[in-house]
Design a protein. Structure first.
Length: 68
């Protein structure tokens, strides 16, 4: 599994996941939206941790800088 996520991409995902987590735990986000966004937040954290996004592969996307 080759990494295909750059540092900025990973940081944005972590920040978004944290925002969703705060909204859910403070009660600002509830119901079905909280569940769906909570699942996305967990996926964002996992993909950020490993630096690999499976969705990028079929789309041919990589945000990781090429090493010289």
């Amino acid at each position: 599994m080759k990494q295909n996520m750059g540092l900025v991409d990973r940081l944005v995902r972590v920040v978004l996941a944290l925002v969703v987590g705060v909204l859910v735990f403070t009660g600002q986000l509830t119901g079905v939206a909280a569940v769906i966004l909570g699942i996305f937040a967990v996926v964002f954290l996992l993909t950020s941790a490993v630096g690999f996004c499976p969705l990028y592969v079929p789309l041919g996307i990589s945000t990781k800088k090429k090493s010289s």
